[in-house]
Ligand binder design. Structure first.
Ligand code: RB5
Length: 179
């Protein structure tokens, strides 16, 4: 897979180890910077990576800043991008299966490099499930096409509503309340 990667200064150290790791797995890595730990602005790197993915120059994007939050907010502004901050392997899996995430945003300051490696591997290896999620993702992407369009009444989507246990690897035996 061709992967565009970028970080600001707060994600630089983790990008330095993640890039060669992804290459060692056989991926082609396009490093959009930053290339030092000098302070820089995360939206610039988010834009570069998001545009690579949106144009098809890259299949997926990986962004790292201090929290992963600013990167996700910025990257998601680019048409065609579905970006989110991911801090657990479960969320990486579900973000691919349900949301067809194409840019993953990582925390360089609050998540260990070994965990981020596992998160990115899961992001790259997990397929979008389609089915009932395809209609929902299409509705999300319609917001890109026409952000001013009047909202429609909430629809139920298609297919069965699965129990929460079907999605979780943690113990969910205590009901979490209304869902
Ligand atoms: C930089 O200090 C920090 O604000 C940035 O890396 C990121 O966490 C923003 O969301």
């Amino acid at each position: 897979m061709r992967i565009a990667i970028g970080s600001d200064h707060a994600g630089y150290e983790q990008k330095r180890s993640l890039s060669p790791y992804l290459s060692s797995l056989g991926h082609e890595v396009v490093d959009e910077g930053t290339h030092s730990d000098e302070r820089c602005d995360y939206p610039d790197l988010a834009e570069a990576v998001a545009r690579d993915v949106a144009s098809g120059a890259a299949d997926r994007g990986v962004l790292i800043c201090g929290t992963g939050l600013g990167m996700a907010i910025a990257a998601d502004k680019i048409t065609g991008i579905r970006a989110a901050t991911v801090t657990t392997v479960d969320f990486a899996r579900l973000a691919r299966q349900h949301n067809d995430l194409n840019v993953i945003c990582l925390s360089g300051r609050f998540v260990a490099p070994s965990v981020n490696q596992e998160i990115v591997e899961t992001f790259l290896d997990t397929r979008f499930e389609g089915g009932r999620h395809a209609l929902r993702v299409a509705k999300v992407m319609r917001l890109d096409a026409d952000p001013a369009r009047p909202a429609e009444p909430c629809g139920p989507g298609e297919g069965p509503i699965l129990p929460i246990e079907a999605h979780c690897t943690i113990d969910v035996s205590t009901p979490p309340g209304p869902r």
